[in-house]
Design a binder for this molecule. Structure first.
Ligand code: AMP
Length: 312
């Protein structure tokens, strides 16, 4: 092992101020650009800044996004901000886990240079913004139906973060499939110069998708929550018949007494509208359910193409 590879990664700089972050990123870009041109002679490439937006309480799912960001670019920024704008009245804004110290400790071994952890006052100095990004009709379905205004708040903060960081790319998790769909559409609709990368859902060995909200679950609820991903796996196995896939998922989820299904729907990947029974092609099954008082979401891709005709 070379001496260079033994160097311990330094802890991230935790920055709460927008102007300071911009200053540090300008410096980091200059440094990275000088280092690149030293290594590569005259073939210059501007360093890429990649953002991983999170609300903290980091788990292995978030860390997988960071690993992807490191593959995609030169300077990684992890934002940690529990965005009040995307929480409705009666939701868990106040009780949402805030674990900044542990989050920074989890990022340190990965060598992430910057954590942007602003206060609500820094992000919204004049209170909730008068100007908002609206998610449109697709933002009123599924998660948006259960959480009115959630996606407008989410898109607004994501747009602000893109502008604050000036990132070239941003990494999101497939776990929040409707979020990914809406962020991609915002980027296309508003011509934002940010490449959107999506990383696969990280799961526990039981199949349960990792989520910061899993820490609200009791042991019994956690076990019961396994029915959600088991239902989705059964649906995948029952494809390409959409009706059979839905029935297979219900067959498992509905029989778990601790899980109260909120919606289970098969959507078209390009429109996010429900597909009809005759639909053939790629689709995605989305599910939301309460396990006790905790609301969980998950999804899987479904291949609803007809199986190849049998050659006799
Ligand atoms: P959150 O902190 O819940 O807002 O999530 C921040 C980012 O992490 C989002 O892009 C999520 O989709 C992603 N994420 C959350 N859970 C997982 C998971 N289990 N696997 C992969 N990505 C995840």
């Amino acid at each position: 092992m070379s001496a260079e590879s033994q160097v311990e990664p330094t802890a991230p700089q935790v920055i709460g101020s927008i102007s300071e972050l911009r200053q540090r990123l300008t410096e980091a870009r200059l440094q990275a650009s000088a280092a690149t041109s030293r290594r590569a002679g005259d073939t210059r490439r501007s360093p890429r800044v990649v953002l991983v937006p999170t609300m903290g309480a980091l788990h292995a799912g978030h860390l997988s996004l960071v690993a992807r960001a490191q593959e995609l670019g030169d300077i990684v920024v992890v934002s940690i901000f529990v965005n009040p704008l995307q929480f409705g009245a009666g939701e868990d804004l106040d009780s949402y886990p805030r674990t900044l110290q542990a989050d920074v400790a989890a990022l340190a071994p990965l060598g992430v240079p910057f954590v942007f952890a602003p206060t609500a006052l820094e992000m919204y100095p004049n209170g909730p913004t008068a100007t908002r990004v609206t998610a449109g009709d697709a933002g009123t379905l599924y998660e948006g139906a259960a959480r009115p205004g959630h996606f407008d708040g989410m898109l607004t903060v994501v747009a602000k973060l893109f502008n604050i960081v000036g990132c070239d790319a941003a990494v999101f998790g497939q776990k929040d499939a409707q979020q990914v769909f809406l962020v991609r559409r915002m980027v296309a609709d508003l011509n934002l110069p940010v490449e959107i990368e999506v990383a696969p859902t990280v799961r526990e060995s039981t199949g349960l998708a990792l989520s910061s909200r899993n820490q609200y679950l009791t042991e019994a609820e956690k076990l019961g929550a396994g029915a959600i991903s088991a239902g989705l796996r059964a649906a995948e196995a029952a494809a390409p018949n959409a009706r059979a896939a839905v029935a297979a998922a219900h067959g498992i989820i509905d029989t778990q007494p601790l899980v109260k299904l909120e919606y289970l729907v098969v959507v078209h990947p390009q429109s996010f509208l429900p597909v009809d029974d005759g639909y053939r092609g790629a689709a995605r099954m989305l599910v939301a359910a309460y396990v006790g008082t905790t609301r969980l979401i998950d999804n899987v891709p479904l291949d609803l193409n007809s199986p190849p005709a049998r050659v006799s």
